[in-house]
Design a protein around this ligand. Structure first.
Ligand code: F6R
Length: 238
């Protein structure tokens, strides 16, 4: 693991963008793995200013809520469209988000895995981290070998994400998420974290034992993982 500590969220975005652009630049039709949530927003802003042929880049989202209409402002279809597809100028036809309203959700999970494989796998996966150590929506006790599947969000994650909704009850209970095995297949991983709310999870991911209790700790075994954090999120590192 490569750990980079930056001054603030804007600097995190710039440094993460450097790592992402370096990795994408080597491929003719690159595949980017994209996260939602607030952590990667400064990264997307920094990426938008980089001279990449964004129309040639394919993107795969990490996750989507189950049962939230696609047009809901907090569905990851919408968030990815606004924060990633439009901001970077991606070709919408190359942007893939799991369908959380599919009639056959297990079939949708398999289809999504196949689509990633058919695109040649993910070159660079952008990640945030939950305050409980989740990546994607792989909550504590997720299997390290897991693939894209349906998960139940923990009460803590639903509380954390309530800030995006008008009431805590509105946060969906289920989601589709890429598995830890799926994420580990990405050729490069760039995880961004900011703020003291993430400090304990960051320390556990980087310095704790590799344990399903802290799903992000599996990244200690990734062959090319870069963790970019601001000073507040680095507070509990030794
Ligand atoms: C989002 C995702 C989650 C978030 C994590 C942190 O696609 O997969 O793992 O990255 O919950 O969220 P924020 O950045 O909002 O604190």
């Amino acid at each position: 693991m490569e750990i980079v500590i930056a001054r603030d969220a804007a600097a995190v975005g710039e440094l993460a963008a450097d790592a992402i652009v370096a990795a994408l630049g080597r491929r003719s039709e690159p595949v980017l793995g994209v996260a939602t949530g607030s952590s990667p927003l400064t990264t997307y802003r920094a990426l938008a200013l980089r001279p990449i042929e964004w129309r040639t880049v394919a993107a795969f989202a990490l996750d989507e809520y189950v049962g939230l209409p696609e047009e809901h402002p907090q569905s990851y279809h919408r968030v990815i469209d606004v924060e990633v597809t439009q901001r970077l100028g991606l070709d919408p036809g190359r942007v893939h988000v799991p369908n959380g309203n599919a009639g056959d959700l297990s079939g949708e999970c398999e289809r999504f895995e196949r689509a990633i494989r058919d695109a040649g796998g993910v070159d660079v996966q952008i990640l945030g981290i939950g305050s409980n150590g989740h990546i994607g929506f792989n909550e504590p006790a997720s299997s390290f070998g897991s693939r894209t599947r349906i998960k139940t969000l923990t009460p803590r994650t639903r509380r954390d994400n309530a800030r995006f909704f008008s009431s805590p009850e509105e946060v969906p209970v289920h989601c589709i998420t890429q598995g830890l095995g799926t994420i580990m297949d990405a050729r490069r991983v760039v995880l961004v974290a900011t703020g003291d709310r993430k400090a304990a999870a960051v320390a556990a991911m980087v310095e704790g034992p590799v344990s399903a209790r802290v799903p992000a700790s599996i990244l200690q075994h990734h062959r090319h993982a870069t963790i970019v954090v601001d000073e507040a999120a680095a507070e509990q590192l030794a």
